[in-house]
Write a protein that binds this ligand. Structure first.
Ligand SMILES: [Fe+2]
Length: 250
């Protein structure tokens, strides 16, 4: 899947026309179109690789070892405590895995394609996986994400969305509003369900609240930020065909 397929049936031109206006976009798509992007096995593998999935490979050369990394990328590492995670999954907590833009070659190609859709390397994107293993799992309070834009893809299961307008001026450091304070400063602007194959674009700083009411879900959230420093490199997501290289040697 690439960016054009992601924004179908709206189409790229319409997407960028709405994007320029700062408008949210609800994109209803074919039910199974995100089904092959990620598998439960890939998520299970990544959860179980133990918190070290962002430790850079160290290459040996000239008698030394060295990391081969780009610095100053837009997104950074997380770590996980496994037994707590397991218990929290049993207690109906959702979880988020950031920095998943290379979890498999299909995702890597999609995120590359999102970045390439914008001119002059002007944005960097990531993939955040939001996963719930039970219906009515935990979710964030109403909140706004800033400075990132969001493209949110519903891959498995469904999510219920509430999008809010503010009813009074809020300081920019107010990022979330607890449920019992929503009436003080937020007004529901739209409410909808995202089902498999649906996508939603949201510009920065829009208050929203998302819940999975009906069952387990896997949601792919693609945050992207504008890059103002032209010296910041794009993440190199080249696929390394290790097995082919290994077995191809005689
Ligand atoms: Fe959010």
């Amino acid at each position: 899947m690439n960016f054009d397929e992601l924004v179908a049936p709206i189409g790229k031109d319409q997407f960028f026309a709405n994007f320029a206006k700062g408008a949210c976009m609800l994109i209803r798509g074919e039910r199974d179109r995100f089904a092959d992007l990620i598998s439960l096995e890939e998520i299970e593998l990544r959860i179980n690789d133990g918190c070290n999935n962002l430790t850079p490979v160290q290459m040996i050369g000239s008698g030394r070892r060295a990391e081969i990394i780009d610095k100053q990328l837009a997104w950074s590492a997380i770590a996980t405590r496994k037994s707590e995670l397991l218990q929290m999954l049993r207690d109906k907590h959702s979880f988020l895995m950031m920095n998943m833009s290379q979890i498999n070659p299909r995702i890597a190609a999609l995120i590359d394609s999102v970045e390439a859709a914008f001119p002059n390397d002007s944005v960097q994107a990531d993939l955040h996986l939001y996963v719930s293993t039970r219906a009515d799992a935990s979710g964030y309070d109403a909140h706004r994400d800033f400075p990132q834009h969001k493209l949110y893809l519903q891959a498995i299961g469904s999510t219920h969305w509430q999008v809010f307008e503010t009813t009074k001026e809020l300081s920019t450091d107010v990022r979330a509003v607890a449920a019992d304070s929503e009436a003080d400063c937020l007004k529901l602007a739209r409410e909808f369900d995202l089902n498999p194959g649906d996508a939603f674009y949201m510009p920065p700083a829009v208050f929203h609240k998302v819940r999975n009411q009906d069952g387990p879900r896997v949601s792919l959230s693609i945050p992207f930020v504008k890059i103002t420093n032209p010296d910041v490199p794009r993440m190199d997501r080249t696929y390394v065909p290790f097995r082919e290289l290994f077995e191809g040697e005689s």
